[in-house]
Design a protein around this ligand. Structure first.
Ligand code: AMP
Ligand code: GLY
Length: 424
C-alpha cells in the first residue's frame, strides 16, 4: 500500500512509526510531518487545507490510502472532497466525512446527538447573539462554576470555566456579540459543571463494526499537580489504573454502543477513529466531548500498545470489513512525558537545537514540534517531543521516560515531573 498521512505532531509520528512496521506498506508519505516522521517515511510539503494540492500529490504518487491525523481537514470535508471526485473516489480516506465530523466540529451537534440517543452528558443550553438574554437567564439558574463552550473548532481554547456569575455573563457576551473565538463562538453551549476524573477512550469504526483501543489519561495542565494553564497535553498513560473493568463496561454500554448505533440509525457513515472524552462522576461515565480523531498525546501511549497491524485495520475501515480483523494489545503499561519549549502554552522561542536524541535506547521518542536544520534537529513548536516507554507497571514506564528526558537537552526545555502522579 502507498499511504499519505496528513499532520505533523506527536500523534502523527506515532501513527507513522506504527504504519512503517506494516507488512502491507509499500511507501509512506507524511504531509507536512516533522523531523521524526522523516525517519519512518518521506515528508512532503503540503498544506492540509489545500485539497487540490493533496489531490495532485495523490494522483502523481499513486497513493491508495490517505490517513488524516488532525480534525481540521475532516471538519472541512476532505472525505467528501475525495468521495465526490472521479479520480479520487476509489482512494479510501481514514477519517469521518464532514457530517460525521460534526461530532467534534459542533458542540451543539454533539449535544443534540447525545440527547437523541440517551448518551449521558452534562445538561446544557445553546445560545446565539439573538438569544443572549436567554443565555443570561440560563446562567442565573445554574450554579457555579459556569462552563461556556464555543460551538465550533477553536484550537482547544474554546472552553471557559468560570467561578463568578458576572464574569460568566461578560464572557458569554464577548463570545457571542464580540466574536471572541471568531465564527466558532457564533453559537455557545452553556453546560452544567461535572466534577470528576477524566479519561480518554477510543474506537476505530468502519461505519458498521467497531474495535476498542486501550483507554488513556492525558495531563492537560502545564503545572505539576494539574495546576496552571491548559496545554495540548503534557503527558499520557495507558492503561489507566482507576478505569476498572466495570467502569470500562459502562462506557462501552452507555456511550460507545449507543454512539455507533445512533450514527447508523441517522444514516451517518462514520469511518475512522472516535475519541470519547469521558468524565467519571461517582462511578458513572458522562461524555465531555467527542473528537473525530485520535488524541495527542494519547496516541503516543495507545498506538505503542497495539500489537496488530495498523494498516490492516485501516484497510478494514476502507473496505468495511473491520469485523474480520484482529486487534491485539500489549498488556504492559506505557507512559509518555512531553518536553515542551519554555514559555509554552504562552509565548515561546523556536529554532533551538535539540541534543542527545541519538543516545536514547530505552524509550521511543515521538517528535511533535521539531524540524530539521541540516543534520541537526531543532525545536519548531510548543510541544517538542514525547518520551514514551514500556514498563511492567506504570511506575517502571515513567521511570524510563524520565531517564530518557534527562539525556535530552535544548535551551529552556520544560516538562512536568509528575505525570501519572494520581495513578501511582
Ligand atoms: P472540551 O474541549 O469540551 O474537552 O473541554 C476542555 C476541558 O474542559 C475538558 O477536558 C474538561 O477538563 C473541561 N470541561 C469541559 N466540559 C466540562 C464540564 N461540563 N464540566 C467540567 N469540566 C468540563
Ligand atoms: N489530548 C486531548 C486531545 O487530543 O484533544
Amino acid at each position: 500500500m502507498r499511504v499519505l498521512l496528513l499532520g505533523s505532531g506527536g500523534r502523527e509520528h506515532a501513527l507513522a512509526w506504527k504504519m512503517a512496521q506494516s507488512s502491507i506498506l509499500e511507501e509512506l508519505f507524511i504531509a507536512p510531518g516533522n523531523a521524526g516522521t522523516k525517519a519512518v517515511g518521506k515528508n512532503v510539503d503540503l498544506s492540509l487545507s489545500d485539497f487540490k494540492g493533496i489531490k495532485k500529490f495523490v494522483i502523481e504518487n499513486t497513493i491508495n490510502m490517505v490517513v488524516v491525523g488532525p480534525e481540521d481537514p475532516l471538519v472541512n470535508g476532505i472525505v467528501d472532497f475525495f468521495e465526490g471526485d472521479e479520480e479520487l473516489s476509489k482512494v479510501p480516506v481514514i477519517g469521518p466525512n464532514k457530517e460525521a465530523a460534526q461530532l467534534e466540529g459542533s458542540k451543539d451537534f454533539a449535544k443534540e446527538f447525545m440527547k437523541r440517543h440517551n448518551i449521558p452528558t452534562a445538561k446544557y443550553g445553546t445560545f446565539t447573539k439573538d438569544t443572549l438574554d436567554a443565555g443570561y437567564a440560563f446562567l442565573e439558574k445554574m450554579n457555579a462554576p459556569y462552563v461556556l463552550k464555543a460551538d465550533g473548532l477553536a484550537a482547544g481554547k474554546g472552553v471557559l470555566i468560570i467561578d463568578n456569575l458576572q464574569e460568566a455573563k461578560k464572557e458569554l457576551k464577548s463570545m457571542l456579540a464580540d466574536a471572541k473565538f471568531g465564527d466558532a463562538s457564533s453559537r455557545v453551549v452553556i453546560e452544567q459543571f461535572l466534577d470528576g476524573v477524566e479519561l480518554s477512550c477510543f474506537v476505530i469504526t468502519d461505519g458498521d463494526a467497531y474495535k476498542k483501543l486501550p483507554e488513556a489519561k492525558d495531563y492537560k495542565r502545564i503545572g505539576e499537580g494539574d495546576l496552571g494553564l491548559n496545554t495540548g497535553g503534557m503527558g499520557a498513560i495507558s492503561p489507566v489504573p482507576f478505569a476498572n473493568p466495570t467502569f470500562l463496561d459502562k462506557i462501552e454500554n452507555q456511550v460507545i454502543i449507543p454512539t455507533i448505533k445512533g450514527l447508523k440509525k441517522e444514516g451517518i457513515v462514520y469511518k475512522g477513529f472516535i475519541f470519547f472524552g469521558i468524565i467519571n462522576v461517582k462511578n458513572e461515565p458522562y461524555v465531555i466531548e467527542y473528537n473525530c480523531r485520535m488524541g495527542d498525546p494519547e496516541t503516543e501511549v495507545v498506538i505503542p500498545r497495539l500489537k496488530s497491524d495498523l494498516l490492516d485495520l485501516f484497510e478494514g475501515v476502507g473496505t468495511q470489513t473491520l469485523s474480520e480483523r484482529d486487534i491485539v494489545f500489549d498488556e504492559r503499561s506505557v507512559a509518555a512525558v512531553m518536553m515542551v519549549s519554555g514559555g509554552y502554552p504562552e509565548k515561546y522561542a523556536k529554532g533551538k537545537q535539540i541534543y542527545g536524541l541519538n543516545g536514547i535506547t530505552d524509550s521511543l521518542i515521538f517528535h511533535a514540534g521539531t524540524a530539521s536544520d541540516g543534520p541537526a534537529v531543532i525545536t519548531n513548536g510548543g510541544r517538542v517531543l514525547a518520551a514514551t516507554s514500556y514498563g511492567k507497571d506504570l511506575k517502571t514506564a515513567l521511570k524510563k521516560s524520565y531517564e530518557s528526558i534527562d539525556k535530552i537537552e535544548f535551551d529552556n526545555a520544560n516538562y512536568r515531573k509528575d505525570i501519572g502522579f494520581d495513578a501511582l
